[in-house]
Design a protein around this ligand. Structure first.
Ligand SMILES: NC(=O)c1ccc[n+]([C@@H]2O[C@H](COP(=O)([O-])OP(=O)(O)OC[C@H]3O[C@@H](n4cnc5c(N)ncnc54)[C@H](OP(=O)(O)O)[C@@H]3O)[C@@H](O)[C@H]2O)c1
Length: 259
């Protein structure tokens, strides 16, 4: 198929073995974009590439800084300059605050935050040399404010939102755009473990469709679904003490739990 739908020739996606990343890869490749896919599960990536032409497989663990750098170099050599990188790999360890666990926090930060940093540092020099490039990474609406059960995950996504602002301020003059993608709930293996209601749950197809519709305009943020985003953005306007009171009240977290 002729590559006319999107402005990119070569796209690299991490966290592409399942969920949102997998769907992004399928949709882009079906439109004629050359897509490099990465994740740890080499078998799932190979299946993905076997089912859709235009997909090339670069398995890696995003916590392995050298492996991420090597993959970026190999993709540039074998597929051409990376026009768009979507750093999307992530992990979710839902826990209540009383179960805060340093090991889970370290894994979450290593995958969700440092995994993105490793990707950015790997593509940045070549993008700067070319004077163009688009770096996108997947945060979450859970990064807007502290949320229950999110003591390991939320801080990693808040860090990404902050990082995106810093990079966006400084990289524009290099010709490099930065987009933070903040989804609400999407029905993927990540959320299938959840035992709580997930309002406005979306399919990976709808999530990927929304992302790919908006990315060519290079916005700073892509956040969806709007119904959830609107509510959560409103809470960002509240001072912390009011926000905390509101959430405690809404979730009935004022009384000590019965043991
Ligand atoms: N689903 C939601 O409701 C939701 C909401 C907001 C944000 N997000 C974010 O969206 C992104 C994609 O999540 P998803 O919902 O599509 O979940 P998913 O289906 O579980 O996908 C997570 C992806 O990350 C990869 N991954 C995990 N650890 C990795 C590591 N150490 N190295 C390389 N790849 C790794 C996984 O592949 P392997 O296991 O094969 O490595 C998989 O491809 C994540 O950043 C997530 O935080 C999701």
């Amino acid at each position: 198929m002729d590559n006319t739908a999107y402005p990119w020739k070569t796209v690299w996606i991490t966290g592409a073995s399942t969920g949102i990343g997998r769907q992004l890869a399928l949709s882009l490749a079906a439109s004629g974009v050359k897509v490099a896919v990465s994740a740890r599960s080499a078998g799932k990536l190979a299946e993905l590439a076997a089912g859709q032409s235009g997909i090339s497989v670069y398995p890696l663990d995003v916590t392995d800084r050298a492996a991420v750098a090597a993959a970026a170099a190999a993709i540039a050599d074998e597929m051409g300059g990376i026009d768009l990188a979507i750093f999307n790999a992530g992990t979710w360890h839902p826990s209540e605050a009383v179960d805060l666990d340093g090991a889970k926090a370290a894994t979450s930060m290593a995958v969700n935050y440092l995994g993105v940093v490793h990707g950015i540092e790997a593509v940045l020099p070549r993008m700067r040399q070319r004077g163009l490039g688009h770096i996108a990474f997947t945060g979450s609406v859970a990064g807007y404010r502290g949320l229950p059960k999110s003591c390991h995950y939320g801080p990693t996504k808040a860090a990404l939102i902050n990082l995106a602002e810093t990079l966006s301020i400084e990289l524009k003059r290099e010709g490099i755009s930065v987009t933070i993608i903040n989804p609400g709930f999407v029905d993927t293996p990540m959320t299938q473990v959840n035992d709580f209601p997930m309002p406005f749950l979306m399919t990976p197809e709808d999530a990927a469709g929304t992302i790919l519709k908006r990315l060519p305009r290079k916005p700073f943020e892509i956040a969806f679904p709007w119904q959830l985003v609107r509510q959560l953005k409103f809470t960002q306007l509240l001072p912390a003490f009011l926000y905390i009171r509101l959430i405690r009240r809404l979730l009935g977290l004022n009384a000590k739990p019965k043991t």
